[in-house]
Design a protein around this ligand. Structure first.
Ligand SMILES: NC(=O)c1ccc[n+]([C@@H]2O[C@H](COP(=O)([O-])OP(=O)(O)OC[C@H]3O[C@@H](n4cnc5c(N)ncnc54)[C@H](O)[C@@H]3O)[C@@H](O)[C@H]2O)c1
Ligand SMILES: N[C@@H](CCC=O)C(=O)O
Length: 542
């Protein structure tokens, strides 16, 4: 049917509380038990068919209980990826011929399925597979993913409605075509919402997709794929391949029909993908669109006028929720000496030291484990270096225990050296570096912090003095794509704080906004002249 429709006005999904004794807590606990009791076969999905990939097996475990295997996935082979690419190309003509309303309806339906019957499944899979507490899973795999799906439909409509002007006797139009070819979505372990958004955003705009999730997020990714199917997504529109990505790099990245890459993950991997495209640039049918959101070294800078309680709460939540494994996590703080000595140091160390990290199925815990052995080893190596560094004082933490799960304690380290690795290296875990400065040095500290790290993702300033907030905001203008005044630097909400950073943090195409979706269309400008001229001569020719 060809008609003009107005899409439903999106609203942010309310966050469930899962309070002790509540029906929602009981329902989720039952689902957690059900998911943990099964050893899942975590397949690829190509052209609507599920099958095991042909490469080496990979065990997907609970990070907080690494002996518990949740399922087995396999590395995809070159042939698996080639099949997925072929399926995406085959599905493209019918998918892009479908009206925007029909495509949008599928993703709106997916949002309602996640809000309803699939909510516990996605939350449970995210908790068990990625070691998120119920609060952290709820804001991710339920609310943020639902929000992406609902808001993207409205943003897509806004893009389609944006049309050029027309002069008398002429009708100018934009035909917002999808890209020619297929889009490759490569997603990180830490957010189920990002994993669901990266393939679905280009698909909404009419593209077909090959999606490779992270092996450590594969349990939740498996169920996101089932949601898309249950919502009526036709076979081949989103094809999921599994494993470490090597075959994707060998096959999909160099395919002449690669139309775009939608990536979130580390800076190093994105730069590798970009280089691969650069090396093959003359082999593609069109220039592939590159959208990548990557690492961060996110700051909190306090002024003497800051509220100490708000500052400590923001540091604890910003640095230690989800074990610091958010690209937005506070990982470096700059605190004036008077504030530090009048209680902030002791309260921060006390609260951080009291946080409980454990089995996330016990809802009383504040956090879980880091994602895998590699992350665990990286943190213990950092602790070894810090302990042997005279510029560093550990206030709490710097211990780790992998006997049951990959547990790393919330760690606060004070360093007298603002050029220390604590202030420029992404660890992606629960380590907060603190530099304490003389009260009068605020402006010079802001200037140093602005460029101390190669990243520019998130950052926050705490002050009660408006002139200070304004001055710091100017000095830090290019140091964070998401900038917070008197709030923690994590927890962006779709439609409210469009998310993304610049410099080494990515292309800043703002997930959860029209600015991301516009990368997945290639407009054709059309001009129709109703009564075309029939004489080639101009008036000045007499
Ligand atoms: N800026 C953001 O919005 C944002 C959001 C979430 C995470 N992150 C960043 O992601 C990182 C953590 O996530 P991660 O550990 O999953 O990142 P990662 O870079 O290790 O992996 C990301 C994805 O790339 C795949 N991959 C790795 N090598 C590949 C290759 N050669 N070819 C193809 N695919 C390959 C992985 O399997 C995974 O699916 C952190 O740096 C974090 O800051 C950024
Ligand atoms: N958008 C999330 C971070 C995503 C990266 O890991 C936040 O704002 O905390």
């Amino acid at each position: 049917m060809d008609a003009l429709f107005e899409v439903p006005t999106p609203r942010n999904e309310p966050v469930g509380t899962y309070a002790p004794g509540s029906a929602e807590a009981a329902s989720l606990q039952a689902k957690l038990a059900e998911l943990a009791a099964v050893k899942h076969e975590l397949t690829i999905t190509v052209d609507g068919e599920q099958r095991a990939a042909g490469g080496d097996p990979i065990e997907v475990v609970q990070p907080h209980n690494h002996q518990h295997v949740l399922g087995v996935t396999h590395n995809s082979t070159d042939a698996d990826v080639a099949d997925a690419v072929a399926a995406a190309k085959k599905a493209a003509p019918a998918w892009r011929a479908l009206s925007y309303a029909d495509r949008a309806a599928i993703f709106l339906r997916a949002a309602e399925l996640i809000a309803g019957p699939f909510r516990d499944t996605l939350n449970g899979a995210t908790m068990l597979g990625q070691s998120k507490t119920v609060q952290q899973a709820e804001i991710d795999s339920a609310c943020e993913l639902i929000d992406f799906l609902r808001f993207n439909v409205a943003f897509g409509e806004q893009i389609i409605a944006d049309q050029p002007r027309s002069s008398p006797g002429v009708w100018n139009r934009f035909d917002h075509r999808p890209l020619e070819g297929f889009v490759l979505a490569i997603t990180p372990f830490n957010f189920t919402a990002i994993a669901g958004n990266l393939p679905s955003a280009p698909a909404l705009m009419g593209n077909t997709v090959v999606w490779k999730p992270s092996p450590t997020q594969q349990l939740a990714a498996h169920y996101v794929m089932r949601v898309f199917e249950a919502a009526g997504l036709p076979p081949g529109v989103i094809n999921m391949v599994t494993g470490d990505g090597q075959a994707v790099s060998r096959v999909a990245m160099v395919d002449p029909d690669l139309a775009g890459v939608h990536f979130t993950g580390s800076t190093a991997v994105f730069q590798h993908l970009w280089r691969t495209i650069g090396e093959n640039i003359s082999n593609y049918r069109a220039y592939p669109r590159l959208v990548g959101e990557t690492g961060g070294k996110d700051f909190v800078i306090a002024h003497t006028s800051a509220d100490a309680d708000a500052l400590v709460t923001a540091l604890v939540r910003g640095a230690f929720e989800y074990q610091g494994q958010k690209c937005s996590a506070a990982s470096r703080a700059y605190i004036p000496r008077s504030l530090w000595n009048s209680g902030v140091r002791d309260r921060l160390a006390d609260v951080a030291g009291s946080l409980t990290y454990g089995d996330v199925t016990d809802f009383a815990n504040f956090g879980g484990a880091v994602i895998d052995r590699r992350a665990f080893d990286k943190h213990t190596a950092v602790f070894d270096r810090i302990r042997n560094d005279a510029t560093c004082t550990v206030l709490t933490g710097a211990t780790a225990d992998d006997s049951v799960g990959f547990f790393v304690r919330p760690t606060v380290v004070e360093s007298t050296n603002p050029d220390h690795e604590l202030f420029n290296t992404e660890y992606f875990g629960p380590i907060l570096g603190v530099h304490v400065f003389d009260d009068g040095d605020f402006d010079s500290v802001v200037a140093q912090a602005a460029d101390a790290a190669p990243y520019a993702l998130t950052g926050a300033v705490f002050a009660d003095d408006r002139a200070v907030l304004a001055r710091a905001g100017d000095a830090l203008r290019f140091s964070a794509g998401n900038f917070y005044l008197n709030d923690k630097p994590t927890g962006a909400v779709v439609g409210q704080q469009p998310f993304g950073g610049a410099r080494a943090s990515g292309t800043n195409d703002k997930a959860g906004s029209w600015q991301n979706l516009i990368r997945w269309v290639s407009p054709r400008t059309m001009k129709e002249t109703f009564v075309p001229p029939t004489d080639h001569r101009y008036p000045h020719m007499g």
